[in-house]
Design a protein around this ligand. Structure first.
Ligand code: MN
Length: 199
């Protein structure tokens, strides 16, 4: 892991007790050839979906209360959260009560993605786009496919407010609503309620 990736995970580590949460602390997963993404369904105090993109040696992360849509007309609020370690892409389990983010987590969708952001014909690195407030990617997931755009719109307290929206392309489908019709983990087939019963 690069020094830059390590320092960008300081906030992640400072919020968690490594000896009390089953969440990975980073360092075991190497960068893979293809960029990965994951959407984790997280039954914390309020249910939300964590949207994460592999970039700069970490997972750039947003918390999306309503989850991603496949309908380009639906703008979904996405609050930027701290960078997560790469090995978090596979995390499914229960964060114990009393710990940060307590509640069940499942891998709701995962896959690889391509960076679509460019300026004057040159590809713009995703990590740069996150700093600049504009990210555009093509997802190849099991539930989510096609273009998605993330745009920073402002600040809410300490958190950056972004909007997550499906772009208009052949994978857009206003009739699908995978957040409600496809609730199970793509990794284990379990629901967040199933996993919560392990607590
Ligand atoms: Mn979360």
């Amino acid at each position: 892991m690069s020094a830059k990736a390590r320092s960008s995970l300081e906030q992640y580590r400072s919020k968690r007790h490594a000896d009390r949460t089953p969440e990975p602390m980073g360092g075991t997963s190497r960068r893979s050839g293809k960029r990965r993404f994951v959407v984790q369904k997280h039954a914390a105090t309020s249910l939300h979906y964590d949207f994460r993109l592999e970039a700069g040696g970490v997972l750039k992360s947003w918390s999306v209360p309503k989850g991603p849509s496949t309908d380009p007309r639906e703008k979904r609020l996405a609050l930027r959260t701290e960078d997560h370690p790469l090995d978090y892409v596979d995390f499914e389990g229960v964060i114990p009560s009393g710990e940060y983010g307590a509640g069940a987590v499942i891998v709701w969708d995962s896959g690889t993605y391509r960076n679509l952001a460019a300026r004057e014909g040159k590809k713009l690195p995703v990590a740069q786009g996150v700093s600049d407030g504009h990210v555009k990617v093509w997802l190849e997931g099991e539930k989510l496919r096609g273009g998605y755009a993330l745009t920073r719109t402002g600040q809410e307290g300490e958190k950056e407010r972004w909007i997550l929206v499906k772009t208009s392309d052949e994978e857009a489908d206003a009739r699908r609503n995978p957040v409600s019709t496809e609730p199970a983990s793509v990794r284990t087939g379990r629901t967040v309620e199933d996993v919560g019963e392990d607590a």
